[in-house]
Unconditional design. Structure first.
Length: 207
């Protein structure tokens, strides 16, 4: 059950990011409220250092608020499952670049003078991140759940399906017990922390 305590709002002033390639361009004066720390990490990578990113759990899983305006940034990301499962759509890191593209467009609409910076930031981090995703994909080919029908008892549908499982509420087999101990999301709103979080997800399925 999603509780206010679990998604207690905090305000994050995001510092510099470490990415491969051109350094992210600063985004002082940019404010984007995000529904979760995971989404905030993608906002930070796309907006650049200096953006202020408060966490607002009242927002939908793929909604942000840019300069006070509510924006749906799901793009072609499919939201599935209950509210908690949907808030974990970034458990499948293939959704990260898609989210980043939607955020890039939304930020450019709100701050047109900085559109080129947002585009460059997104290109830099997403290209580097794509290498990580390929590495994780290779490791998940050895996941025991691959090709299996699995009941999503731990609300990790995005992770299970990324690993090649079919989520089926009537399946006799539940998700691996290791999923019960996973964190709800990254600890910090920056890309390095999100990478660490996804790495922990992969290790839970492929020790």
């Amino acid at each position: 059950m999603l509780t206010r305590r679990r998604w207690l709002a905090t305000s994050l002033n995001v510092g510099a990011l470490i990415v491969v390639g051109r350094p992210a361009r600063a985004a002082e004066g940019v404010e984007v409220a995000a529904p979760s720390v995971a989404v905030a990490a993608i906002v930070a990578a796309t907006a650049g250092p200096g953006a202020v990113i408060p966490i607002d759990p009242a927002l939908g899983p793929a909604q942000v608020r840019i300069s006070g305006a509510l924006v749906d940034v799901r793009g072609n990301i499919l939201l599935k499952g209950d509210e908690l499962a949907q808030r974990r759509f970034l458990d499948d890191p293939r959704n990260a670049a898609k989210l980043g593209a939607s955020l890039r467009r939304a930020l450019a609409d709100a701050y047109p003078a900085r559109a080129a910076d947002f585009e460059g930031n997104h290109r830099t981090w997403s290209r580097a991140f794509a290498h990580d995703v390929l590495q994780w994909n290779g490791r998940l080919e050895r996941a025991a759940v691959r090709g299996q029908r699995v009941r999503d008892q731990h609300q990790r549908a995005y992770l299970l399906e990324w690993a090649g499982a079919t989520v089926d509420p009537s399946a006799s087999v539940g998700g691996p017990g290791t999923l019960a101990t996973l964190a709800d999301g990254p600890r910090h709103a920056h890309l390095a922390s999100y990478r660490e979080y996804v790495e922990a997800l992969v290790r839970a399925l492929v020790p």
